[in-house]
Design a binder for this molecule. Structure first.
Ligand code: SIN
Length: 484
C-alpha cells in the first residue's frame, strides 16, 4: 500500500521496503491548530518483531557492500531530501510547530549528517599494531555492529533521525526507527526518500506506534538488536538502559539537559545577548541544549537584563506557517502545563516574572516568551528542563560561584559561557561538567561536532568521527606462524 498525505508523503509505516497499514491508527495533530493532519498505523510489538526480522535479513548484504557504494546511496538520499526542502519544512512545521525558517534550517541540518557519514564511512580505518613476537602480526578491522534500533524525539523530527540512521547505514548497519508519536510523518517522509534513493528493503524500517513501552521492550529484548540509540528524557533512558542489560547492547543515550549559560562581567554584551536568544528561544525553548539557567554576573546584570528585555520584545509568537513567526506553539498540553507549574513554583518561592508568563492568544499551545528573575538554584525551574520559551535568570557574584551553580545538577549535556578573557573562558570551560561548551556562542550543533553529554545526560556521541565509532566494532586479528 502506498498511502499518501496531501503533501504526497506517506502515512503508512515502513517495514522491509513495504508500506504497512493497520486497522488501528492514531491521529497526528498540528500543535498550532490542534487539528488532525493524518492518521498513522498504531503498530504492535509483533510488528516491531517483523521489522527486526527484516533488518536482520537485510544486514549481511548491506554490511558487505563496499563503503563507497553505501556512500553513493546515502549521497542520493541527501540530494532527495534537499530537493524536497520546502515540502519537508512545511510538513515539519505542521506536525511539530516550529517556524518555517527554523524547519528549513533543520532540513539542511538533517541532510548534513547524511553527507558527513557518507564521506566518513570510507575512513573506518583499523590499525596495524607492532608485534610482540617475531612469528605474529597484528591488525584491527572495523565491522558494523549489526541490527540497530533508534527511538527518536519530536523536537527535531528529521535531524534526530538522519543523525542516527545516516550514521548506522554508513557504517553498514541496518536499523528500525520508532519515531515519536507526535511527529511520525517526518520520519515516514525521510524513509520514503531513502527508499527512492535506493536503500534496499529491510535496511531502514519505521515502526509507528502509540505503544512506546511495548515496542521499546520488543526492541530491547531481542538479542539480534545489537545497538540501541535513544534521544529523549533521562527517565525513559534509564528504563531502556536497564532493559538493554539482558542482551548487553551497545548504547547511545542522548538524554535530558539543564544547560547553564553564564554571562561574565567582561562579556561582549551583544554576543551574550545574541547567544542567549539563540540558545533559549530556538524551537520555542524545546531543545535539550537550550539555556535552562541563565547566570548573569552582578557587574553586567542591569545592562544584560535591559538588552534581553528589548530582544524578547521583538519575538513574534505565531503559528509556524506564518512567515513572521519566530516562536511557534509548544508540542502539547503537557508541555504548557509543565511551563506553568515551573513558573508558579518559582514565583511562590520568590522569583519575579518580568516579561510574559502567560498563555498566548494564538491558541491553547502557545505561550508568551517569558523572563523570570530572582531564580535561586534550589527552585524546581533551575533543576528541571523547562522545554518552553522561558528565560530563567540567576544572578551571581564570582567565577567560583558560577561554576558551583552550573555544576550543581545531575545533568551534563551543554553549557555556554560569555567572556572576553581567554584565560577565564578556557578555565571555566574546563571546569564545567558537560559534554559540550559554547564559548561566546549560543548555537554549536553541527554534523562535524561530537554531540553528547556526561553524568545523567547520557552515553556516547553523535555526529563527528566519534559518531561513526558508535556503530562499529573493533575486531583484533592475530596472524601467527610467520617464519623468517
Ligand atoms: C536536541 O535537542 O536533542 C538536539 C539539539 C541539537 O541537535 O542541536
Amino acid at each position: 500500500m502506498n498511502a499518501k498525505t496531501t503533501s504526497s508523503f506517506p502515512t503508512a509505516a515502513f517495514i522491509d521496503g513495504e508500506w504497512v497499514t493497520s486497522n488501528k491508527t492514531f491521529p497526528v495533530l498540528d500543535p498550532a491548530t490542534e487539528k488532525k493532519l493524518a492518521d498513522v498505523p498504531d503498530l504492535t510489538p509483533a510488528d516491531a518483531q517483523r521489522a527486526i526480522d527484516a533488518a536482520y535479513k537485510a544486514f549481511p548484504a548491506w554490511a558487505a557492500k563496499p563503503a563507497k557504494e553505501r556512500a553513493a546511496i546515502l549521497h542520493r538520499w541527501r540530494e532527495l531530501i534537499l530537493a524536497e526542502t520546502e515540502a519537508l519544512a512545511q510538513l515539519m512545521t505542521a506536525e511539530e510547530g516550529k517556524p518555517l525558517a527554523e524547519a528549513r534550517k533543520e532540513v539542511a541540518y538533517g541532510a548534513s549528517f547524511i553527507e558527513w557519514f557518507a564521506e566518513e564511512c570510507k575512513r573506518a580505518y583499523g590499525h596495524t599494531i607492532p608485534t610482540t613476537g617475531t612469528s605474529r602480526r597484528y591488525i584491527t578491522i572495523k565491522q558494523p555492529i549489526g541490527v540497530c534500533a533508534a527511538i527518536t524525539p519530536w523536537n527535531f523530527p528529521i535531524a534526530m533521525i538522519t543523525r542516527k540512521v545516516g550514521c548506522a547505514l554508513a557504517a553498514g548497519c541496518t536499523i528500525i526507527v520508532k519515531p515519536s508519536e507526535e511527529t511520525p510523518l517526518c520520519a515516514l517522509a525521510v524513509a520514503k526518500l531513502a527508499h527512492d534513493a535506493g536503500v534496499p528493503p529491510g535496511v531502514f524500517n519505521v515502526v509507528t506506534t502509540l505503544d512506546a513501552a511495548g515496542v521499546g521492550k520488543a526492541l530491547t529484548a531481542d538479542p539480534r538488536v545489537r545497538k540501541l540509540t535513544f534521544t529523549g528524557s533521562t527517565e525513559v533512558g534509564k528504563i531502556l538502559y536497564r532493559q538493554s542489560a539482558n542482551t548487553i547492547k551497545k548504547l547511545t543515550l542522548e538524554l535530558g539537559g539543564n544547560a547553564p549559560l553564564i554571562v561574565f562581567d567582561d562579556a561582549n554584551l551583544d554576543r551574550a545577548i545574541a547567544g542567549a536568544m539563540a540558545s533559549k528561544f530556538r524551537n520555542a525553548g524545546q531543545t535539550c541544549v537550550c539555556a535552562n539557567r541563565i547566570l548573569v554576573q552582578a557587574g553586567i546584570y542591569d545592562r544584560f537584563m535591559a538588552a534581553l528585555k528589548a530582544e524578547v520584545a521583538k519575538l513574534n509568537v505565531a503559528p509556524g506557517r506564518d512567515p513572521k513567526s519566530t516562536v511557534g506553539p509548544l508540542i502539547n498540553a503537557d508541555a504548557i502545563a509543565k511551563v506553568k507549574s515551573l513558573l508558579a513554583d518559582a514565583t511562590a518561592h520568590g522569583a519575579k516574572i518580568e516579561v510574559g508568563g502567560m498563555p498566548d492568544a494564538h491558541g491553547a499551545l502557545f505561550f508568551t516568551p517569558t523572563i523570570v528573575t530572582g531564580v535561586s538554584p534550589s527552585m524546581a525551574i533551575a533543576n528541571e528542563e523547562i522545554f518552553g520559551p522561558v528565560a530563567s535568570i540567576i544572578r551571581f557574584e564570582t567565577e567560583a560561584d558560577a561554576i558551583k551553580i552550573a555544576n550543581a545538577t545531575p545533568y551534563g549535556l551543554a553549557a555556554y559561557l560569555f567572556s572576553q578573557d581567554i584565560s577565564r573562558a578556557w578555565r571555566v570551560a574546563e571546569a564545567l561538567e558537560t559534554g559540550m561548551v559554547g564559548i561566546n556562542e549560543g548555537l554549536f550543533s553541527n554534523e562535524v561536532a561530537p554531540f553528547g553529554g556526561v553524568k545523567q545526560s547520557g552515553l556516547g556521541r553523535e555526529g563527528a568521527q566519534e559518531g561513526l565509532e558508535e556503530y562499529l566494532e573493533t575486531k583484533f586479528l592475530c596472524l601467527g606462524g610467520i617464519t623468517g
